[in-house]
Design a protein around this ligand. Structure first.
Ligand code: FES
Length: 103
């Protein structure tokens, strides 16, 4: 099959490349360990920084690392044992590039 990418498809592909995906595990183990609070903090951070157009938040059923939860991934990078209090420094570093990577 032959397909020529349209201008609209190019714009859509480019805009998708600029979107950062956050996948939060909402499986029972991570949920019991506190990911509901983590999700609230992520949504609050994204809203406060006007990042709604740059960040896609979605849930997963299990990340295969239940004993290390709560788990989430940001742009494909897994983060384990994440607490609600970790969200502001983590998202500042990953979404706003504030602070040092090893903080
Ligand atoms: S429930 Fe979150 S990793 Fe399994």
């Amino acid at each position: 099959m032959f397909h020529i990418e349209t201008i609209l498809e190019k714009k859509l592909r480019k805009s998708m490349e600029d979107i950062i995906e956050i996948v939060i595990c909402l499986g029972s183990s991570c949920f019991a360990r506190g990911n509901s609070g983590v999700l609230v903090e992520i949504e609050r951070f994204v809203g406060e920084h006007g990042l709604q157009d740059r960040v896609l938040i979605r849930g997963s059923r299990c990340e295969g690392a239940c004993t290390e939860g709560p788990n989430l991934r940001i742009a494909g990078i897994p983060y384990r044992n994440v607490r609600a209090a970790d969200i502001v420094p983590l998202l500042s570093r990953t979404l706003l590039q504030v602070g040092h990577p090893d903080e």
